[in-house]
Design a protein around this ligand. Structure first.
Ligand SMILES: [Zn+2]
Length: 585
């Protein structure tokens, strides 16, 4: 008994990994922080010591002193709030960068402004040159209707135009682009897509949903390798400035992976990327054949996931529903994948230890995903799997029949959700779905109470991709003006403590990384996000005014303070300046 209590005391004093906790001078020390660790055994701290890329001490200002030597860089946080390095558990990194590079149509509130912005680009283009862009959402326009090819023909008679809706599940083409795509009255809808048509004439009106976009998009000149590299660099820069330390990149190809590898090798990107590869298809076959990449480039790059897309999006009525749309009685949306194509790949993934994540928005798509996962899990029992608990994910989990909500925890399926979808959709989802179906929509608290964990993401560039918007959306469940309509189920909002987990330890779990990342704990990678205000305590609306002042990845300050000067005094000056800016914003 005595031996046990001494052992326990030892653990309390020195942490669970005594070797890492041993004193000795370190490279980097943070003091005077308001540190939320996301570690239940030690939820709050003042100081952190970092050796190499790892955390070796978490505790008090007094306790960290023994790690300080003459060459230790000391960053005085002056009370700033520190969180475990934030993770965006679902986004599209190259798309984020491309949004910065092409015509960005975000935030436009009228059809007139939309056309004016496109026209300005057309006026600079040569005749025949493609005009592409992304980011528009018509649901805020008056009236909230899709733009048409005729609208675009007026401003772009001589250039093919294709403009993707923010959600990526629809795009509008002008007549020149439809012609290049060979789309006529006779063209049939491809599987998993729809050509929207004039009810009387049957002519295409310009809007192409989901896979139908490919009819036009495949004629757009491909991006060069240089363009993709540039997009990744811009996407990474924006992400670390916002405080993200890892992005879980929801889909793509091995071509993307090659670009990431090149940029890591050249030292041009520092963020951690957890990359999924689209399937079923040849790229996912390659992943199954070659096996996963885990923790390459100093725990920065992992590729161990296949991304499936099972339906479209709610805004464009491509989400697959069990019953027709409330505002379009002739449509239930559509699935984009067939069970017979999916099932062999799912089973092989279990045998090979590959994670699967499936985009599912509508209640039918979510049930389909749960059903297909369950079938595969039954067909390949735990003993025959390379990884017993494969941690398969359901990306979005937006509209779920109430009777299906408890199945996630039961099956060990991870609902990976993006809080900003709920606060963007609240303006049109009631019309699309009716009030009754909202009972299982964005049902965060019900899912958590049932035993599921929810990794939190932004789905940028579908949404803005800012951690403070996501955190606010999760805890407030109101739009950015503080509005929430009738039937929007405020009880499904999460607590701040749950929100913190969504973007840290739960996101790490969803990537099999909860032992190396996701909390501020001795032995884990030193990833930290420093904020201008205490988002665990300030009034809800003030979360939106909060911003990142410093991002640390693997013990390296990659954004904020003074990058690499080593002078603690100037670090303090900078941090004070940032905090002053924060106070004024
Ligand atoms: Zn997405």
């Amino acid at each position: 008994m005595k031996a046990l209590s001494i052992l326990l005391l030892g653990t309390l004093l020195f942490g669970s990994t005594p070797a890492a906790q041993q004193p000795g001078v370190v490279d980097l020390v943070f003091i005077n922080g308001n540190i939320y660790t996301a570690n239940d055994r030690q939820p709050h701290a003042e100081a952190v010591a970092v050796r190499g890329d790892r955390i070796v001490f978490v505790g008090s200002n007094a306790g960290v002193k023994r790690y300080q030597g003459r060459r230790t860089r000391v960053i005085d946080l002056h009370g700033a709030t520190v969180l475990p390095g934030l993770t965006d558990a679902h986004c599209h990194l190259i798309g984020i960068g491309q949004r910065e590079m092409t015509l960005n149509l975000e935030g436009i509130t009228t059809l007139e402004d939309f056309l004016a912005k496109v026209k300005a680009r057309v006026d600079q283009a040569k005749a025949g040159e493609w005009i592409t862009g992304r980011g528009w959402i018509e649901t805020f326009w008056k009236p909230p209707v899709f733009p048409t090819r005729q609208d675009l023909d007026k401003i772009a008679p001589n250039n093919p135009v294709f403009l993707t809706r923010a959600d990526g599940h629809g795009g509008v083409a002008n007549s020149a682009a439809l012609k290049i795509g060979g789309i006529t009255k006779e063209t049939k809808d491809p599987f998993g897509g729809q050509i929207l048509r004039d009810k009387e004439s049957g002519e295409a009106v310009g809007m192409l949903l989901d896979t139908a976009q490919g009819l036009v998009a495949r004629h757009i000149p491909p991006r060069t390798e240089g363009d993709v590299e540039q997009a990744v660099i811009l996407g990474v820069k924006r992400s670390i400035e916002l405080g993200w330390t890892q992005v879980q990149d929801a889909g793509g190809s091995f071509r993307d992976v090659d670009v990431f590898k090149k940029l890591y090798a050249e030292g041009k990107i520092k963020i951690r990327i957890y990359k999924a590869i689209h399937g079923p298809g040849s790229d996912s076959q390659r992943l199954l054949r070659e096996g996963p990449i885990i923790g390459a480039f100093g725990n920065r790059l992992s590729v161990r996931t296949i991304k499936v897309v099972s339906d479209g999006a709610l805004g464009s009525r491509g989400a697959a529903l069990l019953a027709p749309y409330s505002d379009a009685s002739d449509s239930k949306g559509f699935l984009r994948v067939k069970a017979e194509d999916l099932q062999p790949m799912l089973r092989e993934s279990l045998r090979k230890g590959i994670q699967v994540e499936t985009h599912a928005i509508g209640d039918y798509a979510n049930r389909f995903t749960l059903d297909e996962y369950e079938k595969a899990l039954k067909a390949v029992p735990a003993a025959k799997r390379k990884i017993r608990n494969p941690r398969w994910r359901d990306e979005h989990t937006q509209i779920v029949d109430r009777s299906d909500l408890s199945r996630y925890a039961k099956l060990g399926i991870i609902p990976s959700m993006q809080p900003s979808h709920a606060i963007g959709d609240l303006h049109f989802a009631p019309a699309r779905l009716g009030l009754a179906r909202l009972a299982g929509a964005y049902a965060w608290q019900t899912l958590i109470k049932s035993g599921a964990i929810i990794p939190g993401g932004s789905d940028a560039p579908v949404e803005r991709g800012e951690p403070m918007i996501e955190f606010y959306a999760a805890v407030a469940r109101k739009d950015m003006k503080g509005f929430s309509g009738a039937g929007w189920h405020p009880e499904e909002a999460v607590t701040r403590d749950q929100a913190l987990r969504m973007f840290t330890i739960w996101a790490a779990y969803a990537a099999f990384e909860e032992n190396v990342r996701g909390s501020i704990e001795v032995g884990k990678l030193a990833d930290l996000t420093v904020l201008s205000a205490d988002i665990m305590k300030i009034p809800e609306m003030d979360i939106l005014k909060t911003h990142c002042v410093m991002t640390v990845i693997g013990g390296e300050v990659v954004y904020g303070a003074t990058q690499g000067s080593g002078s603690a005094a100037s670090d303090m000056t900078h941090l004070r300046a940032y905090r002053w800016l924060g106070a004024r914003l």
